[in-house]
Design a protein around this ligand. Structure first.
Ligand code: NAD
Ligand code: ZN
Length: 355
């Protein structure tokens, strides 16, 4: 069976294109009571970007906090706030921020039309009803959340996305100018998330020409950004993120993402930095990629945290291993069908203990 892959139908790209948001959203406002929710990362509170939001009288500005990555409980709370704003549903939900905010916006748009808690829908194709029209305005490049069919959520029992065709954004607004205030470390970590998506996709056993085409271009753009100091690096990283997302959508990520999920489940480590911490110890799987990653790290003057695992309690380490090895497709992509004989619990433990 071949996957029938849902794409984002509308994309606008270019410096300053954010100014067209009002015009784009206008098409969704089909009656005088139509209203829009702007789900905005609270890092922009009272900043220039917030002042430029094209808010109409009935619209809702929902500032969200992403100090912790999205949790199901937070999604449920935010969805309730949106419901309480009006007796009718909004016509559009717009996520403005990095991967966390985009995932919150995706989740809210899905949970407004699907009953119960978001925990019920963590998994593949569990969503029953189409979402409210939802749009993304990324302000940080790398995750590929703007093109993916998932919204990653941590629940009480698992860290697993709302994976469905309904999750895919209806419109993406790619304005590289919006990424200009990102702190240096965050720029590196989220940028490396993209770089690692490419390496894991291109080195994986699930690779096909669709994924290779996007992955190679994305990798080339990452190199221009992190090795060559290109003057248009914001534009390049934004496209790298988009293409990297396209690449993994039709293949899969690998060992680094599997292990980083274990790390983040137990320690709350954020996605980008978690992937960087893990990738540095994966030379045995991705030899060339890890060497190049270290050169980029040195060039960007990044020091990674060390010794995070060895002082943890035994049960925490066990949970970390269980979460990481539970991500079967990621391991199969990295190591092939026989992966269970290669990546044993002991080997996963030895890797974690280095971190
Ligand atoms: P993020 O959204 O968590 O943001 C990281 C930090 O950068 C936050 O403090 C945020 O406030 C700040 N920030 C964002 N834009 C800024 C700007 N323009 N100026 C200043 N600060 C800014 O980071 P991320 O790495 O983009 O996203 C990580 C999240 O994405 C994780 O929750 C991860 O699970 C998720 N993710 C989702 C997918 C997917 O396909 N849905 C893929 C990969 C990762
Ligand atoms: Zn990632």
């Amino acid at each position: 069976m071949f996957r029938n892959f849902k794409l984002v139908p509308n994309v606008i790209f270019g410096r300053g294109c954010f100014a067209q948001l009002d015009e784009i959203v206008e098409k969704q406002r089909d009656n005088k009571d139509s209203w829009v929710v702007f789900v905005m990362d609270d890092v922009f509170k009272d900043k220039d970007l917030e002042n430029k939001l094209p808010l109409h009288e009935k619209d809702m500005l929902l500032r969200v906090n992403v100090d912790d990555e999205p949790k199901t409980e937070y999604v449920d709370e935010l969805t309730l706030k949106v419901r309480e704003h009006s007796s009718s549903l909004p016509c559009t939900v717009i996520g403005i921020g990095g991967g966390s905010t985009m995932d919150l916006a995706k989740s809210i748009s899905l949970m407004l039309t699907n009953q119960g808690s978001s925990t019920l829908y963590q998994g593949w194709d569990l969503i029953k009803n189409p979402a409210i029209c939802h749009m993304a305005v990324p302000t940080l490049s790398g995750t590929g959340a703007e093109v993916s069919r998932t919204a990653v959520l941590t629940g009480p029992e698992k860290k697993l996305g709302l994976n469905s065709d309904f999750t895919v954004f209806d419109q993406v607004i790619l304005d590289p100018e919006l990424t200009k205030g990102v702190p240096k470390e965050q720029h590196f970590y989220t940028g490396m998330d993209c770089y690692i998506h490419c390496i894991e996709s291109l080195e994986g056993t699930f690779l096909n020409e669709f994924s290779r085409s996007y992955g190679e271009k994305s990798l080339d753009l990452c190199r221009q950004v992190f090795l060559d100091d290109h003057p248009d690096s914001a534009d390049k990283l934004m496209m790298a993120s988009f293409f990297g997302g396209m690449s993994i959508a039709y293949s899969q990520v690998g060992a680094c993402h599997a292990l980083s999920y274990g790390l983040s489940y137990v320690l709350g480590t954020h996605h980008g930095i978690g992937c960087c911490i893990v990738f540095d110890y994966l030379e045995e799987f991705y030899s060339k990629g890890v060497k190049e990653f270290r050169i980029m790290m040195e060039k960007c003057n990044i020091e990674l945290p060390r010794d995070l695992v060895k002082n943890l309690k035994e049960e925490q380490i066990e949970t970390m291993i269980t979460v990481a090895l539970g991500l079967e497709p990621l391991w199969e992509n990295c190591l092939g069908k026989d992966w269970k004989n290669i990546m044993t619990r002991d080997r996963a433990r030895a890797l974690f203990l280095k971190m």
